[in-house]
Write a protein that binds this ligand. Structure first.
Ligand SMILES: Nc1ncnc2[nH]cnc12
Ligand SMILES: [Zn+2]
Length: 345
């Protein structure tokens, strides 16, 4: 290892086994693949080149990103398209030493374009099967409801998903957070709970801390996606700490979408110091300029974080995963063995 302690820490963080729990698979669609799929499917894009598309990735907030993100999904039509997108992500995840990943997908953005459920889930699930066969990577698929759409639309989507539930571990809630409180989806989440699905929701990314509380109290979620605004409400922080509710934090996303002006101003250190169960994730890596390891290395470069923090973050990622206890123990042993081999800081 390098004699530079910071370089050694970054190498340790990159090489450690880890789980990713917050990645929108449609957010892994790189501009090159968008153009390749547009060409294959005869879809016309409102951009002349990969470079021009990439230049459009300058966002002011969540909505300005979502407008481009949904436009990017227009090239996804066939089972093979969903396979190719997912396989490209899984290769990068494997290179970043991710051994378990839980992927969000947004069926409503595809069903509304006439793509059928079988193509969406079939393509993603086939790629996940190949990653399991090639590398022993474990995974889960989480179906998200778009919160800017109606409760009725969410129920209709759940109905269409019924034949595919064996391939789906959980339900999430994403898209425009402001003015779309969790309570709008309390009944459909209750139904999903009855069906035995795990529940998560984006909350406290741009929306107020009250949305985090409502996601817990009204939707009964097991994890909060983002949740960084919780620090504005000390009583909520105490609740999250006491229950050890996992927060799937996405540092690069938060900077690109201007939740924090710069990485050095990110509140991850404060979240850890408050005793919260934090994990690090990539969110929409193709749009935010980096996958899992860039999220780790950039935040470890910007904030006072050390070897113990790295171990804690990786350990949290396995503890918060939707896998059985034996699998968690196995991953934790792998993690401790890695840190033992790496030696002291
Ligand atoms: N960061 C994010 N927040 C809400 N919805 C999303 N969909 C994709 N990425 C998202
Ligand atoms: Zn997200």
């Amino acid at each position: 290892m390098s004699s530079d302690p910071q370089a050694s820490l970054l190498a340790l963080v990159k090489g450690m086994p880890k789980a990713e729990l917050h990645i929108h698979i449609e957010g892994s669609l790189e501009p090159e693949l968008i153009f390749a799929l547009a060409h294959r499917n005869g879809v016309t894009l409102p951009y002349d080149s990969v470079e021009q598309l990439r230049r459009a990735y300058a966002f002011n907030d969540l909505q300005s990103f979502l407008d481009i993100y949904y436009a990017g999904t227009s090239v996804l039509l066939t089972e093979q398209d969903f396979y190719d997108m997912t396989w490209a992500y899984l290769q990068r995840a494997h290179a970043d030493n991710i051994c378990h990943t839980e992927l969000f997908f947004d069926p409503q953005s595809h069903l509304s374009r006439g793509v059928n459920f079988a193509a969406i889930v079939g393509g993603i699930d086939r790629a996940l099967g190949d990653a399991a066969a090639e590398w022993g990577m474990t995974s889960g698929l989480i179906m998200c409801f778009l919160r800017h759409l109606s409760e009725e639309d969410a129920f209709a989507t759940l109905e269409q998903a019924m034949p595919y539930l064996p391939a789906i571990v959980g339900i999430g809630l994403d898209s425009s957070e402001r003015d779309h409180p969790p309570e709008k989806f309390s009944r459909v989440f209750a139904r999903c709970r009855e069906l035995g699905l795990r529940l998560v929701a984006h909350a406290g990314e741009e929306g107020p801390p009250a949305y985090i509380r409502d996601a817990l109290d009204l939707l009964h979620v097991a994890r909060i996606d983002h949740g960084v605004r919780c620090l504005e409400d000390p009583a909520l922080v105490e609740l999250l700490r006491a229950r050890q509710v996992p927060l799937t934090v996405c540092p690069k996303s938060n900077v690109k979408l201007k939740v924090f002006p710069q990485m050095a101003q990110h509140n991850l250190r404060a979240l850890l110091d408050a005793g919260l169960m934090v994990t690090i994730n990539s969110d929409d890596p193709a749009y935010f300029g980096g996958y899992m390891n860039e999220n780790f290395t950039e935040i470890f470069s910007a904030l006072p974080l050390d070897r113990d923090d790295a171990l804690r973050l990786a350990c949290n990622s396995f503890d918060a995963a939707f896998v059985n206890d034996a699998t968690k123990v196995g991953y934790r042993e792998q993690l401790y063995a890695y840190f033992d081999r790496a030696g002291p800081a």
